[in-house]
Design a protein around this ligand. Structure first.
Ligand code: SAH
Length: 390
């Protein structure tokens, strides 16, 4: 085995930050080890959820010691977790003292989907999204993104290549994934790697508010499914809901989606449409949307190239928007159906744990403030002290 000079002053490399290629390079260049050793370690981490090198029993003692000295497997800390009565499960994951992000697992007939966050907060300021209200804080690292999958998969006892409980990942948690491109792409590569979570390309979906140049870049490096948060069928309305539309208006956005789908030959693009009462839920909006979707199909010369997902608005404190009533939702859907478009309405899941789309907020600060207020109230009432607030 070749000995390689290693700089001990350099901080330990978190192996969760590396995809297969990065890990192979780390083993070859930094540790002077063979590539297949990297593969063994990947399996320990992502298939068996082992983080202690000592437990990686098919590695020699010397290698384990070397790893101990220069690397670590640092998984994100779970702040708390909340199971819902409908099988949905939410984790609040601590990022640092005051920040947290949320990850949600949603089981459904024959599949289990994990909704993963890509940023702490978000800079895009979509008017109907609760993540926007906290502003942008920072990008998540690769380890923090794939760490969410690791946490959920371990909890579920997920065994790759066997009956899996985690079958799909959607990058639809907090943040705009295409604004954290490299980390998201690397994490998605681990999700799809056989040495990682072994998910099929189609079962990993990236959802974007419409970062046009990055959609093209994604098409060059990745084969994941694309979802686009449309929410309005014309620029005048979309400008008011998704400010990014002023930079990349609908026609430009649709062209980038055409290019993405063309590259994937035969793959559809999903357009998400959050229905808001009296804002974008009227029959004329449905008719405009139908036209837009038909144009997309025509550009690709493929029926159902455009898939529509209807999401009834999920309210959160302080929002000016409302969810349309069921009749309005059904009417909107019916118009789309009559045009030949399936347009499923996404059922709200995990309602009792605030886990629905657009409700993820990572409310550590809020919670701390509420606890302080609660304590103050108790003290004012001459009640018990610190314990009661915990
Ligand atoms: N930034 C990415 C991914 C995060 S949002 C994007 O914009 O696609 C995931 C989905 O939830 C998006 O379609 C988003 O528009 C939708 N969403 C946000 N807030 C919502 C709310 N309050 N009710 C319903 N859907 C919401």
């Amino acid at each position: 085995m070749t000995e390689v000079a290693i700089d001990a002053t350099v901080a330990k490399q978190n192996l969760l930050d590396l995809d297969r290629e990065g890990l192979e390079r780390f083993f070859a260049d930094t540790l002077g080890e063979k590539r297949f050793r990297a593969h063994q370690v990947m399996k320990w981490i992502h298939h068996r959820y082992v983080t202690d090198f000592e437990e990686m029993t098919d590695l020699g003692k010397a290698l384990r010691a070397k790893l101990q000295a220069h690397a670590e497997v640092r998984v994100p800390q779970i702040q708390f977790e909340k199971p819902s009565t409908d099988g949905t499960h939410k984790w609040l994951i601590a990022m640092d003292g005051k920040n947290a992000i949320e990850t949600v697992y949603i089981p459904d007939k024959g599949r289990g989907t994990l909704c993963v966050s890509s940023q702490v907060g978000c800079a895009l300021n979509c008017q109907f999204c609760s993540t926007a209200t906290q502003g942008f804080n920072r990008n998540l690292s690769t380890a923090e993104i794939i760490g969410q999958v690791w946490v959920a998969a371990r909890h579920l006892g997920n065994v790759p290549h066997k009956q899996r409980r985690l079958t799909n990942v959607v990058m639809m948690g907090m943040g705009e994934p295409l604004m954290n491109f490299d980390n998201v792409v690397r994490a998605m590569s681990i999700m799809r790697d056989d040495l990682g979570y072994g998910l099929a390309n189609k079962r990993v979906t990236l959802s974007t508010a419409g970062m046009v140049p990055m959609i093209d870049k994604l098409g060059e490096v990745s084969d994941v499914s694309l979802a686009v948060s449309l929410h309005a069928p014309n620029d005048a309305l979309r400008d008011t809901l998704v400010p990014l539309n002023k930079k990349y208006p609908i026609a430009t956005l649709m062209e980038s989606c055409v290019r993405y789908a063309q590259r994937k030959r035969g793959e559809s693009v999903t357009f998400e449409y959050t229905l808001m009462k009296d804002v974008n839920d009227q029959p004329q909006h449905a008719r405009e949307l139908i036209r837009l979707m038909r144009e997309f199909d025509n550009r690709l010369q493929m029926k159902d190239a455009a898939k529509v997902n209807l999401i009834p608005f999920n309210p959160f404190p302080g929002t000016r928007f409302e969810r349309p009533d069921d009749a309005a939702i059904r009417k909107f859907q019916k118009l789309l159906n009559e045009s030949g478009r399936i347009a499923p309405v996404r059922r709200t899941r995990g309602d009792d744990i605030d886990a629905a789309c657009g409700q993820l907020k990572g409310q550590v600060a809020d919670r701390t403030r509420r606890q302080a207020e609660h304590l103050k109230r108790l003290q004012a009432q001459g009640g018990p002290g610190v314990d009661a607030a915990a």
